[in-house]
Design a protein around this ligand. Structure first.
Ligand SMILES: Cc1ncc(COP(=O)(O)O)c(C=O)c1O
Length: 309
């Protein structure tokens, strides 16, 4: 899936260290119980040098995830923002995926993490589109998972905690074992929720729709970006639940995510979606690519330039 190619630097607990030195002990608490919260962010090449897309929104979500889990992060949002930009400068990276993570460290076992130290790291690596060229091109093949999306009464999906991804991994493994590229998870009410690491959109009769936050999704920053681009570019948007049948009868279906970008879904459980032409989704792919690379002039506030403003 993704073979990580070593880069130069990692930010770890307040300092930038060389890549091979960014290590933890095997008895790290968070490794055993999934008490870790994280983010996935991307930097892109622009005419003004590399820039991080919606850095503040990602860091805000990071701190909110920590809050849900009563995890005290020993750095402010501004400190994490500066750390991210300084890491990019020292590593020399341009177009990379960034992974801030906070987790309960070494020194405590048992479920109560409150006396374990909280460690914070930011890693980065080069990562192409998560669902590969097919997602960007003719579309991937998806299946509806037999695993139900965890809901906020069990493991809250709006907090990006490592433990959520046990549910996602089960769905992903099942999809891959069945010969599909990706899963679509329904929630406990049987309505469409999201992919294992992506939000989902459908286009029907010219209306672009996506399930609401209450459907058991992570409130994606790419999802929010796409909603704004839809509204600003003369398309009609509607937030609302939809069923499995409505997936099959969509004109277009696509996933969104920092890792996946805007990835087309060409079939669901063997049923081809629409005509396969995807005019709306392809336009949104272009609008998204323009905004993240600073080409369109739209939303300059979404880009944090590594070299400064
Ligand atoms: C479960 C889940 N849903 C949706 C998304 C998309 O969110 P974003 O667009 O903020 O990357 C992600 C990725 O972080 C995810 O893990």
């Amino acid at each position: 899936m993704v073979g990580i190619q070593a880069r130069k630097k990692v930010w770890l607990d307040g300092r930038i260290v060389d890549w091979p030195d960014a290590k933890v002990h095997v008895l790290t608490h968070g490794l055993h119980y999934g008490y870790a919260i994280f983010e996935g962010i991307r930097s892109f090449r622009t005419e003004r040098g590399p820039a991080v897309f919606r850095l503040d929104d990602h860091l805000e979500r990071f701190l909110n995830s920590a809050k849900v889990y009563r995890m005290r992060i020993p750095y402010s949002q501004e400190e994490l923002r500066q750390a991210t930009l300084e890491l990019l400068r020292q590593d020399g990276a341009e177009e990379v995926y960034l992974r801030p993570i906070a987790f309960s460290g070494y020194g405590q076992m048992g479920l109560d993490p409150t006396s374990a130290p909280i460690q914070v790291a930011i890693g980065l690596w080069e990562w192409g589109a998560y669902l590969g060229d097919e997602g960007q091109g003719r579309g991937i093949r998806a299946t509806i998972s037999s695993w139900v999306r965890n809901d906020s009464r069990s493991i809250p999906p709006q907090a990006k905690c490592a433990a959520n991804y046990a549910n996602s991994i089960l769905a992903k493994l099942e999809a891959n074992a069945g010969g599909f590229d990706e899963a679509i998870l329904l929630n406990s009410a049987g309505m469409v929720s999201e992919g294992p690491a992506e939000n989902i959109f459908r286009v029907k009769g010219g209306i672009v729709g996506t399930p609401p936050a209450s459907s058991g999704i992570l409130r994606g920053i790419t999802r929010d970006t796409i909603i704004q681009l839809v509204q600003e570019n003369g398309l009609t948007f509607r937030r609302g639940d939809f069923t499995r049948e409505e997936l099959f009868t969509s004109d277009e279906l696509f996933f969104t995510g920092t890792a996946a970008g805007v990835s087309l879904i060409r079939e669901v459980d063997g049923r081809p979606i629409g005509t396969g032409e995807y005019p709306v989704a392809r336009r949104l792919q272009e609008l998204y690519s323009d905004v993240v690379h600073g080409r369109s002039g739209a939303h300059p506030e979404w880009l944090s330039y590594v070299g400064g403003a």
